[in-house]
Design a binder for this molecule. Structure first.
Ligand code: FPP
Length: 265
């Protein structure tokens, strides 16, 4: 993947200034055909960096810059919910250096972006098991969730220490506990009661799941919620992913026919 940035170099211009194609493609997609909820598996940071002879963390830093651009561009494209997979329950298997570097990056992102996210009308939430995270990061997460709770322009959800199986297990345990305590009748344990105990309670299911870096797997992401999602796999490594490519993917999604198991009429 070609790129001409220097290590750790951030894009200085707003996305729309660099990529007028993004807003043109957005304008071309009728609102009813825009995916309301887009979820992204941001993959390829490590390869982006090591391919240039740089440490993997440089790729993550560059990836965080892309997060900022995509968060700014998404509402202009008509996207209302954006969910980003930042750290999985399996990512603890990485080197201590990389794990600590990623956790610092998440804290820094929250600290540095808080004002901008608020000004841009972004409501920020987190999914995943917060228990194993450092208390400082947890406090930052709680703080920005509270601070942005009234915003409605874009619902940004970041998955940290998130695994679909882990989330489903925790929801199942909560449902069993609710039935055991008499809070709900066992017969009332239906889809809605289950979904209400997932980390994503209150969020709509994703319409479109994008994975970057050419890998074609879902890696434990939103397993319950993606039952009827459309998928897009792009070879672009996440640090090279642009608002213009997001706009092109949104436009392609607009051509798809979603049947949800029914027959086209
Ligand atoms: C996967 O690429 C990416 C991650 C595990 C980390 C994602 C983090 C960011 C994009 C940066 C910060 C995010 C936020 C929300 C501020 P990989 O490292 O597995 O890449 P590889 O497959 O090439 O090794």
């Amino acid at each position: 993947m070609a790129g001409n940035e220097t290590a750790g170099g951030a894009a200085a211009l707003p996305a729309t200034a660099r990529e007028p194609g993004a807003s043109r493609a957005a304008a071309a997609t009728p609102p009813a055909r825009v995916p309301a909820h887009v979820a992204v598996i941001m993959d390829g940071n490590g390869r982006w960096a090591t391919g240039r002879g740089w440490p993997r963390l440089v790729g993550h830093r560059r990836g965080a810059e892309r997060v900022k651009e995509v968060v700014t561009a998404a509402p202009d494209l008509g996207i209302r919910w954006l969910t980003l997979y930042a750290f999985s329950t399996e990512n603890w298997k990485r080197s201590v250096e990389e794990v600590i570097g990623l956790m610092r990056l998440f804290s820094r992102y929250i600290e540095r972006e808080a004002d901008r996210l608020s000004e841009e009308g972004v409501r920020m939430r987190f999914i995943g098991d917060r228990g194993p995270l450092e208390s400082r990061l947890r406090r930052l997460m709680d703080g920005i969730e509270a601070r942005t709770a009234g915003n409605t322009r874009l619902n940004l959800t970041v998955a940290i220490n998130y695994g679909g199986r882990d989330e489903i297990l925790r929801a199942a345990q909560a449902l069993v506990a609710a039935a055991a305590s008499g809070e709900i009748a066992p017969g009332a344990a239906d889809e809605a009661a289950f979904a209400a105990r997932l980390d994503t309670a209150g969020l709509p299911d994703p319409d479109l799941v994008i994975r970057t870096s050419g890998e074609t797997r879902i890696s434990n992401f939103l397993l319950w919620q993606s039952a009827y999602a459309e998928y897009e796999f792009t070879p672009t490594l996440w640090p090279d992913f642009t608002p213009a490519e997001l706009a092109a993917i949104v436009a392609r999604y607009g051509q798809r026919e979603r049947r949800f198991g029914a027959v086209a009429v």
